[in-house]
Write a protein that binds this ligand. Structure first.
Ligand SMILES: Cc1ncc(COP(=O)(O)O)c(C=O)c1O
Length: 403
C-alpha cells in the first residue's frame, strides 16, 4: 500500500483568492497601494487598532488608524522600515536575540547600526528579561523582540526595562500574527510591530508583510522610505500636486495581486488559527504526558507550551532534544514513517557571519546547538486529528525504543 505523506505544512484554501485575484486582473491595475491594499489595511486596522494605546476604537478612528499600518513586500521589509525610521547614527546599538531570523540583524546593519546580542530564556526561547539589562549601554537605541513560534515574549519586565532606559521596542511578529499577551495582540506593544505573510506563515500571500507604526511621530519617515524616498503617498491622497525625491528610501509596496491573496487569507484567519490552536493544544497535552516518562526525559529537554495565560496562535510546535544527533535520528525516523519534521534557524552567533557580533557579556548556554536540537512537527490548518495522532504515535515509538 502506498504510504501517505504528512507534510510539515500546507497553506490553507488558497483557491478562495480566485475572485479577488480575478478582480485585480480585470481592473488592469496590478501595482501597489490600490484597492486590495486598502482593504487589507482596513482589515488589519479593525483587528489591531482597538488594542493600540494611542488609538481609540470608533469607526472613524479605526479608519484613521489604517494610515499607520503599512503593507510591505515581506516581514524582512517591515523590519528594515522600522529600523530605518530610527535614523541610527554611527555607534548606535540595537539589541537582537541571537535566536532570531537573520532579517532582524540585517535590518540593523543596513541602517548603519551595531548588532548586540541578548540571550533567550530556556522555557519559551524568547528574549530573557533577566539578561537584557546586561547589554544596554548609553548607545542602545532599540531592542528587537522575536515572539518565537507564536509565543509572546515576557513583555511586562521587558517593557519596564526599555522604558527606564528610553529604548524603543520593535516587535518581530513574523510568527505571531494574532497571538496575544494579556489579551492584546502582539505587535501593539512596541513602537513598531512587524508581520510576515510569507508562504510558510499562517496567513500567506507568497511574499508579503505589514508594519504597524504605533507612535505617530515615525509615520512620515516610514511613508517616505517605503515609497523610494518620495512623497508619493501625499500625492496619491491629493495633498500635493506632484511628488519628488525627499529622502533616502526604497520600494516596499506589494503588488495588488499579492494583496488579493492576502485579503482572502485574512478573511480565513479566524478559521486557520482556531484549527492551528486546537492542534497545538493537542500536541501540548500529548507531549506533557510523554515527558513524564523517564526514558523521554533523558532525551527531551522541552517542547512548545503557552506562556500562561497568554494565547499562542499555534504557529509551530517543537520538541527540544538534548543533543543534535537524537534530533537528526528523530527526523529520519519520522521520514521513514512518511512524516516531515524539520529543525529551525541556527542561532545568529553560531552562523558564519554572526560570530563577529559576540561580546564578552554574552553567555549562550541556552542557545548552544538550538538550531539542530529543535524538531518541529507537522502543524497546518488542514491537518486532521488522525494525521496528528499518527505523528504523535511515531514520536512515541521513537522514544519508547519501538522504532
Ligand atoms: C522570526 C522571523 N522574522 C522575520 C522573518 C522574515 O520574514 P519574510 O520571510 O517575510 O521576509 C521570518 C521568516 O521566516 C521569521 O521567522
Amino acid at each position: 500500500m502506498e504510504q501517505r505523506i504528512i507534510p510539515f505544512q500546507k497553506p490553507y484554501r488558497l483557491e478562495t483568492a480566485r475572485p479577488l485575484a480575478w478582480q485585480v486582473l480585470a481592473s488592469g491595475r496590478t501595482e501597489g497601494d490600490g484597492p486590495m491594499t486598502a482593504r487589507c489595511q482596513a482589515h488589519l486596522a479593525s483587528q489591531f487598532s482597538p488594542h493600540r494605546s494611542s488609538i481609540q476604537s470608533s469607526p472613524h478612528q479605526i479608519q484613521q488608524a489604517a494610515q499607520s499600518i503599512f503593507l510591505v513586500t515581506s516581514g524582512t521589509a517591515a523590519l528594515e522600515l522600522a529600523v530605518q525610521a530610527l535614523k541610527l547614527q554611527p555607534g548606535d546599538e540595537v539589541i537582537v536575540p541571537s535566536f532570531a531570523y537573520p532579517s532582524a540583524a540585517n535590518a540593523v546593519l543596513l541602517a548603519g547600526g551595531t548588532v548586540v546580542y541578548c540571550e533567550v530564556e530556556p522555557v519559551h526561547l524568547t528574549l530573557d528579561p533577566a539578561r537584557l539589562p546586561l547589554h544596554i549601554t548609553p548607545n542602545t537605541r532599540a531592542v528587537i523582540l522575536v515572539h518565537y513560534g507564536g509565543i509572546s515574549c515576557d513583555l511586562a519586565p521587558i517593557h519596564a526595562i526599555c522604558t527606564a532606559h528610553d529604548v524603543c521596542i520593535i516587535e518581530d511578529c513574523a510568527q505571531s500574527y494574532l497571538s496575544t499577551w494579556q489579551g492584546r495582540p502582539t505587535g501593539t506593544f512596541g513602537t513598531f510591530g512587524c508581520f510576515s505573510f510569507h508562504g510558510t506563515k499562517d496567513v500567506v500571500c507568497g511574499e508579503g508583510g505589514a508594519l504597524l507604526v504605533n507612535d505617530p511621530s515615525y509615520l512620515e519617515r516610514v511613508r517616505l522610505f517605503r515609497q523610494k524616498g518620495t512623497n508619493r503617498d501625499a500625492f496619491t491622497s491629493g495633498q500635493v500636486a506632484f511628488y519628488d525625491w525627499q529622502s533616502v528610501g526604497s520600494s516596499y509596496a506589494p503588488s495588488e495581486l499579492a494583496m488579493a491573496l492576502l485579503l482572502s487569507q485574512l478573511e480565513l484567519a479566524p478559521e486557520i488559527l482556531s484549527r492551528k490552536r486546537h492542534l497545538f493544544d493537542r500536541y501540548v497535552q500529548q507531549f506533557t504526558w510523554l515527558l513524564d516518562k523517564p526514558a523521554c526525559q533523558a532525551q527531551i529537554a522541552g517542547h512548545s507550551t503557552h506562556r500562561e495565560p497568554d494565547g499562542a496562535n499555534g504557529h509551530l510546535f517543537y520538541l527540544l532534544l538534548r543533543d543534535p544527533a537524537t534530533a537528526a535520528a528523530l527526523i529520519r525516523h519520522l521520514a521513514a514513517a512518511g512524516i516531515e519534521g524539520r529543525t529551525h534557524f541556527v542561532p545568529l552567533h553560531e552562523s558564519p557571519f554572526g560570530r563577529r557580533f559576540i561580546r564578552p557579556a554574552n553567555d549562550f548556554s541556552v542557545e548552544s546547538g538550538l538550531g539542530q536540537r529543535l524538531v518541529r512537527l507537522p502543524l497546518f490548518a488542514a491537518m486532521s486529528e488522525p494525521e496528528q495522532d499518527q505523528v504523535i504515535a511515531a514520536v512515541d515509538a521513537f522514544f519508547q525504543g519501538d522504532a
